[in-house]
Ligand binder design. Structure first.
Ligand SMILES: Cc1cc2nc3c(=O)[nH]c(=O)nc-3n(C[C@H](O)[C@H](O)[C@H](O)COP(=O)(O)OP(=O)(O)OC[C@H]3O[C@@H](n4cnc5c(N)ncnc54)[C@H](O)[C@@H]3O)c2cc1C
Length: 508
């Protein structure tokens, strides 16, 4: 193996971003001689939320050869088959819908949903709520794990896709232990001065106790403040406040009833000034309210969340958080790479932050290797990461654009907001006029972070059907929700119960 020219990589920050980066870099470059140090402050805490993932996290653990039996019980993790969105829409029959993760089993019934969604948006009276057509939605409804029971005939089961819920603090501890095994050095200290070379590169960090830390590459995982990327290098932060109004969150954990099975979906319910997440871990619920401080005070938001959670929240302490929503202009600049909240954050509606962390580190590794460890790949790297942030932003903004709630200015103003990207405006226009939606999605290609099924689920799931219903049904008659649900109900019997499967994992 060729040695790499990066001798010392210094990571500032011991939150999820820091430890994910440390593991990936140590796995990739440790064997080729790179020394990696992670520094975190005992005076500045981690954000400590972030309990839901996308399916992409499976590849993170696979890359590190960490099995589910190893990490999931250690992090009180559970399975996530998708996200349910109650009360975003007031359209009859679409008051709640599911954004499922897609499975091979969906080739049968799920594909009918797309036909129905197209017919429905052109006015045919057919069923088009995704929660009635996808196996993941049914698994969540029955509180099952996305793992098949062993087949009697010994044949391999169909592939299923899914994501996870986990305790963010425990995940950090697990990743720390693993990184230490891979040879990462761990330092506790607070940076109070950064020395730079004439060309702006970071030369060293000075800690409060006087220690000086040199490095070739500095990874800024310092959270929202962006200690290196913003405060030191002066990289501008581009706010998304024009399209995403939410800038605050309140988190309150509650108990998980032991006599019930564990839900296998995130529930993101719209409230009066934002939305509340409910994330089932194996031992408790993580709950929180994401809202806009320009529409509601922190006190009122907390009252609203407590009322929503009911007696389960009595006596539980609330944590209040501020969010910096947007992204930096360049994520990799000089010899500094920003990863995690320091590089940007899109509010957690689709739980995409860890995915963006993982993708950024993976792409950085690939670009560095392709550019022979020079900076020649900096520009394409930054372009691609920006494209990802904007792709995720557009998909999240769409939820607000499509809402049909009338109970507050928050929802009315979100719906009326015209400060959206040209791309999103065009997608909505083509959908609304009954145009060629497939070509529209294809036209945007990689700019859309979300694949075709996700767009259909969101638009149809929220009941965005501008064409008036025509009396006659479409011909030939499409699959109705009742027969679809019956088939899915049967199919779901082939899967483990959620608690049962988590217990099996814990026994391994
Ligand atoms: C309300 C909310 C909900 C979220 N939900 C999700 C979700 O469901 N899914 C998801 O993927 N993500 C979610 N996220 C995002 C997720 O929490 C973060 O992306 C993730 O935890 C990474 O954070 P971080 O490591 O970048 O920063 P932090 O956790 O803030 O860590 C910062 C680190 O930097 C260190 N540091 C700072 N300054 C210094 C200094 N001067 N010297 C030394 N060290 C320093 C601190 O000690 C700390 O270790 C959510 C975020 C919020 C706000």
């Amino acid at each position: 193996m060729n040695p790499i020219p990066l001798q010392h990589i210094v990571i500032v920050g011991g939150g999820s971003a820091g430890w994910m980066a440390a593991n990936m870099l140590a796995h990739q470059w440790g064997p080729r001689g790179a020394r990696i140090t992670l520094l975190e402050s005992s005076d500045i805490g981690i954000i400590g939320v972030g309990e839901g993932s996308t399916p992409y996290l499976r590849q993170f653990f696979a890359r590190l050869n960490i099995s589910e039996a190893e990490w999931m019980p250690a992090c009180n993790a559970s399975y996530k088959c998708g996200i349910r969105f109650p009360n975003w829409s007031e359209v009859q029959g679409y008051e709640s819908y599911v954004h499922p993760f897609f499975n091979q089993a969906d080739l049968a019934i799920g594909s009918e949903f797309f036909t129905n969604a197209c017919l429905r948006r052109r006015g045919s009276e057919v069923d088009a709520n995704p929660q009635d057509f996808f196996i993941a939605a049914e698994l969540a409804r029955q509180r099952r794990a996305p793992h098949y029971l062993p087949r009697k005939d010994g044949k391999p089961s169909q592939a299923t896709d899914y994501a996870y819920h986990f305790d963010a603090g425990l995940l950090g501890q697990f990743l720390r232990k693993h990184a230490l095994k891979l040879g990462v050095s761990h330092l506790i200290g607070t940076v109070n001065q950064v020395r730079q070379l004439e060309n702006g590169d970071i030369q060293s960090l000075q800690l409060a106790d006087g220690t000086v830390l040199d490095g070739d590459l500095f990874i800024d995982c310092s959270g929202f403040r962006g200690l290196l990327i913003n405060e030191t290098l002066g990289e501008p932060f581009l706010s998304f406040a024009d399209n995403l109004f939410n800038d605050r969150a309140i988190a309150i954990p509650t108990a998980l009833p032991e006599d019930e099975d564990i839900p296998s979906e995130t529930v993101s319910s719209a409230l009066k000034h934002g939305w509340a997440w409910q994330i089932p871990l194996s031992h408790r619920f993580g709950n929180g309210y994401v809202y806009a401080s320009s529409f509601v005070s922190d006190e009122e938001a907390e009252r609203e969340l407590r009322a929503f959670l009911g007696p389960a929240a009595e006596g539980q302490t609330a944590r209040r958080l501020q969010m910096r929503v947007g992204r930096v202009a360049q994520h990799w600049r000089n010899n500094c790479l920003a990863i995690g909240l320091s590089q940007g954050f899109i509010e957690p509606l689709e739980a995409t932050a860890l995915m963006l962390i993982q993708f950024s580190v993976e792409l950085f590794i690939a670009e560095m290797e392709q550019g022979q460890f020079s900076r020649q790949r900096q520009a394409p790297f930054n372009r691609r990461i920006n494209q990802m942030f904007e792709g995720v932003r557009d998909y999240v903004v769409t939820h607000y654009q499509l809402n049909t709630r009338e109970d507050s200015d928050y929802w009315r103003e979100n719906r009326a907001n015209r400060k959206i990207s040209d791309r999103l405006a065009s997608i909505l226009e083509v959908w609304d006029r009954g145009g060629d939606f497939e070509s529209e999605l294809t036209r945007h290609g990689d700019d859309l972070m979300y694949i075709r099924p996700s767009w259909y689920c969101l638009l149809a799931g929220m009941g965005r059907f501008p064409a008036r219903l025509q009396a006659s049904k479409a011909s030939p008659a499409p699959l109705g929700k009742e027969p679809a649900r019956r088939s899915l109900e049967q199919m779901a019997q082939q899967f483990y119960g959620h608690r049962q499967y988590l217990q099996l994992l814990a026994q391994h």
